[in-house]
Ligand binder design. Structure first.
Ligand code: RIB
Length: 345
């Protein structure tokens, strides 16, 4: 009797089609990514491939006459200055290792994310650097089932076999909140990123860690869920102002949101930092140009992108067989928006 592993090893596209209850043609279309497959069917195919540990026909792989010398890079929001800085780090490292980069901007949309996964598979990229944008189990399962090395960048994701590169978001949020507490702020409002993304959730935890550490009670009326966008923080601050809840500082989970906070406060005649201190997260280049200069948490974005490519190439070439989690240390950068006397760029 063949052992399970051996039995699984001989599975064919027919077995996948049977288990997924679809035609063989649907399985082929799902794998090739050339023609449209409904998300429902694509999910069933991905689940069946994963259950059977199906690897696309070895002959098809052998036909890949040589490596494509290309890697995919999936990001969620090209208009957020954080991501172009990340892309620069990925691209410079890829060039050193002689790989081209295929950049896919998903706009945080599930359909886009799935389409790009199929597209990159059809282009036979040698590996994918993936920044999660919607955290959808089916997308992750599909990505995991392709048999292509993946490195997760900036956001952790469960349910996939991959190395991960992030910064310590929980520590960064703790440092931001602690800085405001040390300035004597007691009613610190917080605007999170999407909580289903690890960077959003970890920053919310870091904010709460600092309140506990300094015995400041958590006030749910001072906490808002944002979307890592200017608009979401602008709206949150308007809601906060109309709620009449008193506050003396705002910690926003990224710099775009910190700018949205400051712009909204200015509309209502509230000065930063004189009336309200504001801290952001990322240290995008604009943070050092915007007036008031932004106090923020610097992520080593360029280094994160470079390190993700280093790990991916090690997986592609077989140098690395185990998955590794690299966590970079963030840094508090003090500038005008928190009104601290000490100001450094
Ligand atoms: O600004 C976008 C945010 O999403 C960044 O803080 C980055 O860490 C990502 O998670």
């Amino acid at each position: 009797m063949q052992n399970d592993k051996q039995v699984l090893k001989n599975t064919t596209i027919k077995d996948v089609a049977q288990l997924a209850n679809v035609s063989i043609a649907t399985v082929s279309r799902t794998l090739s990514g050339k023609d449209k497959v409904s998300p429902l069917l694509a999910e069933r195919v991905a689940a069946a491939m994963k259950e059977l540990q199906y690897q696309p026909n070895d002959v098809a792989r052998a036909l890949k006459i040589k490596e494509s010398r290309s890697i995919g890079l999936m990001i969620p929001d090209i208009e957020n200055p954080f991501f172009p800085a990340l892309v620069r780090g990925v691209q410079d490292a890829a060039k050193i290792h002689n790989y081209a980069v295929i950049l896919c901007n998903t706009d945080g949309r599930l359909e886009e994310e799935r389409n790009y996964i199929h597209f990159l598979y059809s282009k036979r990229v040698d590996g994918i650097v993936f920044t999660d944008s919607v955290y959808n189990k089916q997308s992750i399962s599909l990505l995991d089932s392709l048999g292509i090395p993946v490195v997760l960048l900036d956001r952790r994701v469960s349910g996939i076999h991959a190395s991960t590169v992030t910064s310590d978001n929980r520590l960064g949020a703790f440092l931001a909140t602690e800085h405001l507490i040390e300035l004597g702020k007691k009613r610190i409002a917080f605007i999170s990123g999407p909580l289903k993304l690890s960077s959003g959730a970890d920053r919310a935890s870091g904010y709460q860690d600092a309140l506990v550490r300094y015995n400041i009670s958590y006030n749910k009326n001072l906490a808002f869920i944002g979307a890592f966008t200017y608009e979401s923080s602008y709206k949150a601050v308007e809601d906060l102002l109309f709620s009449r809840e008193k506050f003396d500082a705002v910690f926003a989970s990224n710099d775009l949101m910190a700018i949205g906070v400051i712009e909204c406060l200015a509309k209502y005649g509230i000065r930063v930092p004189e009336d309200v201190a504001v801290v952001g997260f990322d240290d995008i280049r604009m943070a050092a140009w915007y007036k008031p200069l932004l106090t923020t948490i610097r992520q080593p974005v360029y280094d994160m992108g470079q390190y993700a490519v280093k790990l991916l190439v090690e997986h592609i070439t077989g140098v690395r067989e185990t998955y590794y989690e690299k966590i970079f240390k963030p840094e508090l950068i003090i500038r005008q928006s928190s009104g601290s006397v000490e100001e450094r760029k």
